[in-house]
Design a protein around this ligand. Structure first.
Ligand SMILES: Nc1ncnc2c1ncn2[C@@H]1O[C@H](COP(=O)(O)OP(=O)(O)OP(=O)(O)O)[C@@H](O)[C@H]1O
Length: 389
């Protein structure tokens, strides 16, 4: 018998809907595991979570805990906790009153035990000493921390979290995602966590289940999911931005494609079978900082229009990476720059690469050049995944 949560062939279909919101999902969350359900808006994540909670009737399939079906068990008797986007705190209770509401009745009635347990829970979520605060005075992040403390108070055997951080701004979300993981791990809580944000899923979960159109596409630990997406759809959803067919051995292909296949094969990061596909994420190409960009043809060089001095001294039509043996040896992969942008402290260069398409290459901080220039590129095999054909 398996322990923890088992979801077997679950179907959720809303009245009048043409397609099922959840369409035959099988999933297991063993005790102590945090599993993230990740997928685009409308893919059925919340419907599945609500079906597990008992808030949505099953059209088909079964939900079980430790091998025993809970399909007929009402929501409040399943022993599952719930935390939503808006923690739904009670406005008329202070912080301690909100947290204490989640405690088992016996603890709630014992004043000393209640005080101790509320203090423990507030410590756990990083809000020690806030017992007497009016919840109306809390920030959005603090409110969600209190809601988490309240949800953990009864020690639920499963905690169901539906986009608990999505109302917060990005910086706060990133920090709270890490804190949330720490709290779930420290308390050994089994959890099912719904999110549409890849970074959040990867930060919080032991395994990530990717959903699309009501179905599960892949379930894997974050690193494995990232390195080996099961399909192009999964890879696209994770943020892979370009896809290259692996050519037959000996086929004549653009230098960039050959460099990709060689680099990935050498790194042993991903299988590169003929007929397979290489998926590239931002950074699969890196601007070679030792070479000088070749400027765009004079009539298309925006630097001329702007009266800016060209960033390169390589003659128009010159060999990219020229000026020495080093450039000649590794300057055979190149691309035409479309834009240069700074993103989270990194320089990203949108570049058209022959045979590959438009990708986001990385460059050293502060590096820049005019659009239209041709730059030499190197391959970073760690940003390339192999997909089955
Ligand atoms: N109560 C409902 N009645 C009818 N259709 C619904 C209901 N709730 C959800 N749906 C539909 O079911 C599908 C799945 O919705 P669901 O909310 O589960 O997706 P989701 O992945 O959680 O999306 P989001 O991230 O936007 O919340 C959608 O097409 C949605 O319109």
């Amino acid at each position: 018998m398996s322990d923890g949560l088992q979801v077997a062939d679950v179907v959720v279909r809303y009245a009048g809907a043409a397609a099922a919101a959840v369409d035959g999902v099988d999933l297991a969350v063993p005790t102590g595991e945090v599993l993230a359900l990740l997928g685009p808006s409308g893919c059925g994540k919340s419907s599945l979570l609500r079906a597990v909670a008992g808030l949505e009737p099953l059209t088909g399939g079964d939900v079980a805990w430790d091998g025993v079906s809970v399909a007929e068990v009402p929501v409040h008797r399943r022993g599952f906790g719930l935390l939503f986007q808006d923690g739904q705190l009670f406005a008329h209770r202070d912080v301690a009153g909100n947290v204490a509401y989640g405690l088992p009745a016996a603890v709630r009635r014992d004043r000393a035990a209640r005080t101790t347990r509320v203090a423990e829970l507030l410590d756990l979520v990083g809000l020690p000493g806030t017992e007497r605060r009016d919840v109306a005075t809390l920030s959005g992040g603090e409110r969600q921390r209190v809601a988490l403390a309240r949800a953990l108070a009864p020690r639920p055997r499963l905690l169901l979290l539906d986009e608990p951080l999505s109302a917060l701004d990005r910086a706060l979300r990133e920090r709270l995602a890490l804190d949330l993981r720490d709290v779930l791990v420290a308390t050994g809580t089994t959890a099912l966590f719904v999110t549409h944000d890849q970074d959040e899923a990867f930060a919080v979960a032991d395994r990530v289940a990717v959903m699309d159109s009501g179905r599960l596409l892949q379930v894997a630990p974050p690193a494995a999911l990232w390195a080996r997406p099961a399909s192009r759809r999964v890879a696209q959803f994770l943020g892979y931005e370009a896809f290259v067919d692996v050519p037959a051995t000996g086929a004549v292909v653009p230098a960039a494609v050959r460099a990709l296949v060689d680099a990935v094969g050498a790194a042993g990061v991903a299988p590169v079978p003929t007929g397979g596909v290489l998926a590239l994420v931002a950074g699969a190409f890196v601007v070679d900082p030792t070479t000088t960009p070749a400027p765009p043809p004079a009539d298309r060089n925006p630097a001329h229009l702007l009266g800016v001095e060209a960033v390169s001294r390589v003659p128009v039509g010159g060999v990219v990476g020229g000026g020495g043996e080093r450039g000649a040896a590794r300057g055979d992969v190149s691309g035409v720059v479309r834009a240069v942008r700074s993103r989270r402290g990194r320089t990203e260069v949108v570049v058209d690469v022959d045979g590959v398409g438009t990708v986001s290459a990385l460059a050293p901080a502060g590096w820049t050049c005019v659009p239209g220039a041709r730059v030499a590129l190197q391959v970073d095999a760690a940003a390339v995944a192999g997909l089955p054909g």
